[in-house]
Design a protein. Structure first.
Length: 237
């Protein structure tokens, strides 16, 4: 297998209290061929100053600041534009990569080679993985039809070949939803390999955590849901 470089992408907005932990969890990885692209989406709480300081002296940490707040999907797209790794994964600003996460990903890729799309676990979703008939054995090959029929849903760590992103970007109209984009990637990759290996540990105790922000965008949620249903109907009926 050819050497693999990871592009780890983190959008951040006003997370001065937790972004340092996120960065250090990446720096402490035993697998060292990575770049950590952090796009500050116009923070006003000093996050920018902290990241400027942390990025000095470590060329693997690439810090980019957007002058205006465009939302996480805008920040993710900015990072994808400059990513140079062979595989891309996303780590929210209040997440922490598990110890030896990157090495564990490499081990899975080596053992189960030939996939352009890998899915791994987050620590707060284990009950779902272990109860889903398709995932409960800990390893599975998934297909596009499983996603659009609802046999597999929910949250995963996406480790995706950079080549799949060449013609794909997140829809910046939605501030938090990524599923439409991932549906396109599932279709293009044809198959995805799932491994129930915890790659990310989450801190969802704060009210403004990245995942908890979903409740703030109910109007977006309704419109988003309608577009997902429309996409499925157009393709299959």
């Amino acid at each position: 297998m050819k050497p693999i470089k990871f592009s780890i992408i983190t959008p951040v907005y006003n997370r001065v209290d937790c972004i340092e932990r996120c960065v250090e969890c990446v720096r402490m990885q035993t697998y060292c061929d990575w770049e950590h692209i952090i796009v500050d989406d116009g923070s006003t709480d000093g996050t920018d100053l902290l990241l400027e300081k942390m990025s000095r002296g470590d060329s693997r940490l690439k810090y980019v600041r957007q002058s205006e707040n465009g939302g996480p999907n805008s920040a993710r797209n900015k990072a994808l534009d400059i990513a140079t790794g062979s595989y891309v994964l996303f780590c929210d600003s209040d997440d922490c990569l598990a110890k030896e996460a990157l090495q564990n990903i490499i081990d899975v890729m080596t053992k189960f080679a030939g996939f352009s799309y890998y899915l791994f676990s987050v620590d707060d979703r284990l009950t779902y993985y272990e109860s889903n008939p398709l995932l409960m054995r800990g390893q599975a090959v998934l297909s596009y039809s499983m996603w659009i029929t609802g046999k597999v849903t929910g949250d995963f760590v996406h480790v995706v070949s950079r080549s799949l992103w060449d013609d794909t970007r997140f829809n910046e109209k939605y501030r938090i939803y990524e599923e439409l984009t991932f549906l396109d990637l599932y279709k293009r990759s044809k198959e995805q390999f799932f491994c129930n290996e915890i790659i990310i540990n989450r801190d969802r105790s704060r009210q403004d955590s990245v995942t908890n922000e979903t409740s703030l965008y109910k109007k977006n949620s309704i419109q988003y849901s309608m577009e997902v249903q429309k996409k499925i109907l157009e393709e299959h009926y």
